[in-house]
Design a protein around this ligand. Structure first.
Ligand code: AMP
Ligand code: ZN
Length: 664
């Protein structure tokens, strides 16, 4: 078999498995087998860049960076929907329709998925581009990000039209959303408010590899195009499903407005049985012929109507306000409620956010409060029922001292939250910081979990992350649920973390506001902890994308004697506190200040390697050509429009060889 045939066969096979898994919910091979095949395909594609295909299943993992999303005009305007909130509204709508069209009217009822709308254009069965709704006339092109969403087919099946647009909603299923938040809370990051905003925010991330990690889905509901040979909304849904799109089976074709009302009633009750959030139902006149007769208002089609569910609300008693201390010392007030059934779950707690929020709503212990679960997973208190306030009620006194270590709290100007400043003595901060240090994205210490860290601190075996490196097997074995083997694994895991590169160590230190990306930037710029330690605020803010807030936090971290001692110890134990010599040798400032666009397929080096080269040499990779672009590095199969644009703007075009010459 030729290589190309083999590649094509693997692509088809993987596509089918993706379809079985994500669309049909019916996997026929294990994740492991899938991974093996995917890796095989990746290897072949890497060895044969001439067979590159932007729609190969390997392209799902992302990697493309987009700095500025290109504004793109929709071929067919994306209208909004009119809203209704009652049976009467819907009956009025039916009356208006009946005046304008003859004959019986059938309706397609669909769920109103709560996410971000998306227009996908397909040509010859391949995804050409993905554009957000924007203002309805034009939106942002986010193709690289949307490609990573597994329910978006990159290659269609069956008898599809040559070119068409299909619209859908990018959503984040609840389970995936909760998982993402669990991870954020574990990292002491503010949890995301609701799946909808998280979904739409994801589409605008610059790094598509980040998007690929999020369990987003795309649910389709409408096809647009010329000469499609589709007569009705419901037929369109069925066809789209056959071509490989995810079209929820809940959509239903009905014969009267009474049946529409039944559908609404059913889903108002059962909405919480769905794996994703909906905020209502969308009703559409089924026949396209009748739709044409009805036409559009300035804003929305006359043939469709959204029915919005009411936000669910209950009242319950606020028993107690407690306070949580996070890894960075941030205090979060929590409302402990009399358990109550709301939106399909039992609610016991609600976030109160901060002191201002409590004051604004005048929330007090013992109050009867209204709790709402709108678009948000975490319920919130929206008001107090003052008619039920107990007579002896007292205004809430926000705590002045840390509930864990009794240190006086501080409030940084311009920030909503209070902080416990007892950085090295406050137990949740001490434990939280070590837990952060060992976490997957930081030092990734195998064999050591968050609970064990808490135990080690409690037993007095460690009090900061540098103590980890002095632990012995003998010390660890007596701990609860430890055996000799697991103790050895733990110690080996700690030992292995000495190989973790500097940029991740810097992230692991848990300096406030120094996340993964900032850590990378600082590591690249300063190259060693010694240089960073002596940097002033003024110096720090000269680094690309480092603002005053981050700069001050870094300076404050290193101004602590205790932190400096810990760093010295880490250094003595052999933790990587500078960029390795090998890496350093590959880093220069040769491309400093240059903004470079890379396009096409290259011979001696992969596109990602090329981008890394640019960054390692101080340059900036940008995704689209503008007058600020310094060079376009052009490989094979570069799109003609890029070349034209570069020529128009007099951006020099370099071949792969010419570019590599510059670096020599
Ligand atoms: P609104 O944003 O309230 O004007 O509602 C219109 C939006 O509802 C559309 O832009 C879609 O993104 C979204 N939507 C969700 N589900 C559907 C559906 N089944 N049919 C049409 N639009 C839908
Ligand atoms: Zn404290």
């Amino acid at each position: 078999m030729t290589v190309l045939l083999k590649i094509q066969q693997l692509r088809d096979e993987l596509r089918q498995h993706n379809y079985n898994y994500y669309i049909l919910d019916n996997a026929t091979i294990s994740d492991y087998e899938f991974d093996i095949k995917l890796k095989e395909l990746q290897a072949l594609e890497e060895a044969h860049p001439e067979f590159f295909d932007a729609n190969s299943p390997t392209q799902r993992v992302g990697g493309e960076i987009t700095k500025n999303f290109k504004t793109t005009v929709h071929d067919f305007r994306m209208y909004s929907l009119d809203n209704s909130y009652s049976k009467e509204d819907l009956l009025d709508w039916e009356t208006r329709i009946k005046k304008m069209v003859d004959g019986e009217v059938q309706y397609t009822c669909e769920l109103k998925y709560d996410g971000a709308s998306m227009n996908l254009t397909y040509e010859n069965g391949k995804l050409l581009r993905a554009v957000t709704r924007g203002d309805g006339v034009q939106g942002d092109e986010v193709t690289a990000n949307v490609k990573t969403i597994k329910t978006v087919p990159l290659q269609l099946k069956g008898d599809y039209p040559e070119r068409f647009d299909i619209r859908g909603e990018i959503i984040l299923p609840i389970e995936g959303f909760l998982k993402m938040n669990e991870e954020r809370i574990a990292n002491d990051e503010e949890p995301y408010r609701n799946p909808r905003n998280t979904a739409s925010g994801s589409l605008k991330l610059q790094d598509s590899a980040e998007v690929a990690k999020r369990p987003l889905e795309c649910l389709l509901y409408s096809i647009k195009g010329n000469n499609l040979n589709i007569q009705s909304q419901f037929e369109g849904l069925e066809k789209a499903r056959a071509w490989g799109f995810k079209v929820p089976k809940e959509a239903k074709l009905v014969n009267s407005i009474d049946e529409v009302l039944e559908y609404i009633e059913y889903w108002d009750k059962h909405r919480h049985d769905l794996p994703y959030e909906i905020d209502g139902v969308v009703v559409k006149v089924n026949s396209f012929y009748q739709q044409d007769e009805l036409g559009f208002t300035a804003k929305a089609p006359r043939w469709a109507m959204a029915y919005k569910f009411k936000a669910e609300q209950v009242s319950t008693r606020l028993n107690e306000i407690t306070y949580q201390v996070g890894r960075t010392g941030a205090i979060t007030p929590v409302a402990n409620l009399e358990p109550v059934q709301l939106a399909g779950t039992i609610v016991k707690r609600a976030s109160l956010h901060n002191a201002d929020q409590i004051e604004k709503l005048d929330i007090r212990e013992g109050d009867e409060v209204f709790v709402e679960k709108g678009g948000e997973i975490i319920p919130k208190i929206i008001a107090v029922d003052f008619t039920k306030r107990p007579e002896n009620s007292q205004p809430t006194q926000y705590i002045s001292h840390c509930p864990e270590c009794h240190t006086e709290l501080q409030r940084i100007e311009g920030e909503a939250k209070h902080y416990c400043p007892n950085y090295n003595g406050c137990p949740p901060q001490v434990v939280g910081r070590i837990q952060h240090y060992i976490s997957r994205k930081a030092m990734d210490i195998d064999g050591l979990g968050g609970e064990t860290v808490a135990l080690l601190v409690k037993e007095g075996l460690i009090s900061n992350y540098s103590d980890l490196y002095e632990l012995t097997v003998e010390q660890v074995i007596p701990l609860e649920r430890m055996a000799e083997k697991s103790a050895e694994n733990l110690i080996n895991g700690i030992e292995a973390s000495k190989q973790i590169p500097f940029e991740r160590v810097l992230f692991a230190l848990g300096i406030r506001y120094v996340g993964e990306t900032v850590a990378k930037k600082l590591a690249r710029h300063y190259k060693s902890i010694d240089a960073l330690m002596f940097a002033s605020t003024l110096d720090l803010v000269t680094v690309d994308e480092i603002g005053e807030r981050i700069a001050e936090s870094v300076v404050e971290f290193f101004s602590s004697e205790e932190n400096r001692t810990i760093i010295e110890r880490l250094k003595a134990f052999g933790v990587q506190l500078e960029i390795s010599a090998e890496k350093l040798a590959n880093q220069t400032d040769k491309l400093k200040g240059l903004s470079i666009v890379v396009s096409g397929v290259f011979e001696s080096i992969s596109r990602n390697e090329l981008k890394k080269l640019i960054e390692d040499n101080g340059g900036k990779v940008s995704s689209s050509i503008s007058s600020k672009t310094s060079y376009l590095v052009a490989g094979d199969k570069m799109g003609p429009s890029k070349r034209v644009k570069a020529e128009d703007l007099s951006v020099p075009i370099l071949t792969e060889q010419e570019f590599l010459e510059i670096l020599k």
